[in-house]
Design a binder for this molecule. Structure first.
Ligand code: HEM
Length: 334
């Protein structure tokens, strides 16, 4: 028998579903929060400025989030979700475990935003704003970001494992991967220029120092002097969490990364391969000569990558690590 209570529950569930569906399809646009949280972009930048002074590398670590978020089911902050008893999240996925860091920076930004405008600014948008700020604050270009994303209701470790590229990847595998997202060869090379800031672990380069492609030999593309430096940093019995700089100026967002690639001084195999491979090499050479070309292409790539969306329903999380508590009427077994 259908009671008034049941009818009420059905009605509320319908409202809930309509709400999530309608926001999920919303378009991304600049100044999305101009009415609902006009201070949002200033608040994010302010926290990022403080973070940069406190621990300079952490802004690079946060910028990396945009890549690891957007490639796995769209830019929806799924990678920020902690594991739960019923969900293996993305934090422990192959490319993320012992590697992604500075999650606390996002918490800090979120806390500041929740204070100013509770429940308005999504964690997915925070990643996009904070990544832009990381670049702008370290000497790179500044740009207007499109906002209005929703946060996912779940995360998927397996998808991250299947999608995110290994540091061993070669240029043609990377070209194919990026193509799946409508990102061109030019986008791939420009976005790899994000390695102009930050660090990586010895773990990510041991094979290329000691056993490239199972040869028992180092990668011949490494400049001999640079290889000596890397061997010293990462001897065969090193603690593989020891880190090295991704380019010669790891705190400045500039085109030094591309100059390093031309000189055989790329840290990761996935970096150096961009100079070895004919299709990507012309862009490496161009960006090594012309920083403005690099900056323009980088901004274009970040905007395109930031537009990736899954189309799944979402919400604005209160805490970026957890989905919001669902009202009882909206749970699947009600
Ligand atoms: C093209 C394919 C890419 C591959 C294979 C790749 C791989 C990696 C690896 C292996 C590390 C070091 C991880 C470690 O040793 O712990 C790293 C660091 C980093 N990646 Fe990428 N990456 C790619 C593209 C990107 C993109 C598109 C971005 C951002 C737009 C990005 C931003 C960063 C940053 C900023 C760091 C340094 C992070 C830190 O210092 O904590 N990467 N990447």
């Amino acid at each position: 028998m259908v009671t008034t209570n049941h009818l009420m529950i059905m009605f509320l569930s319908l409202i809930f579903l309509l709400h999530t569906a309608s926001v999920a399809l919303s378009d991304l646009r600049p100044a999305f929060y101009s009415k609902t949280c006009p201070e949002a972009e200033f608040i994010v930048r302010d926290v990022m400025k403080k973070v940069l002074i406190r621990e300079p590398r952490s802004v690079a670590s946060v910028m990396r989030f945009q890549f690891h978020d957007c490639f796995v089911n769209g830019c929806d902050a799924s990678m920020l979700l902690d594991d739960t008893p019923t969900m293996l999240g993305e934090k422990l996925a192959l490319s993320n475990i012992n590697s992604l860091r500075s999650f606390e920076v996002i918490d800090e930004v979120k806390e500041a935003l929740e204070k100013a405008c509770p429940g308005i600014v999504s964690c997915a948008d925070i990643i996009i704003m904070a990544s832009r700020d990381a670049v702008a604050l370290t000497g790179g270009p500044n740009w207007n970001v499109r906002l209005g994303r929703l946060d996912s209701l779940t995360a998927n470790q397996e998808d991250s494992n299947n999608i995110m590229p290994s540091p061993r990847a070669n240029a043609s595998a990377l070209i194919n991967l990026f193509q799946n997202y409508n990102l061109s060869v030019k986008d791939l090379v420009a976005l790899s220029g994000s390695h102009s800031i930050g660090k990586a672990r010895c773990f990510s380069i041991m094979f290329r120092l000691y056993n490239q492609s199972g040869t028992g030999k180092p990668d011949p593309a490494i400049d001999p002097d640079y290889r000596k430096e890397l061997n010293k940093l990462c001897p065969i019995d090193v603690d593989q969490n020891v880190t090295g700089n991704l380019d010669a100026t790891p705190l400045v967002f500039d085109n030094q990364y591309f100059k390093d690639l031309v000189g055989g001084r790329g840290f990761l195999n996935s970096d150096q391969t961009l100079f070895s491979f004919h299709q990507t090499r012309e862009f490496v050479e161009l960006y090594s000569r012309d920083q403005y070309e690099f900056f323009d292409a980088f901004v274009e790539g970040m905007l395109k990558m930031g537009d990736l969306q899954s189309g799944r329903p979402g919400e604005v999380r209160k805490n970026c690590r957890l989905v919001n508590v669902r009202p009882a009427f909206a749970s699947s077994d009600s």
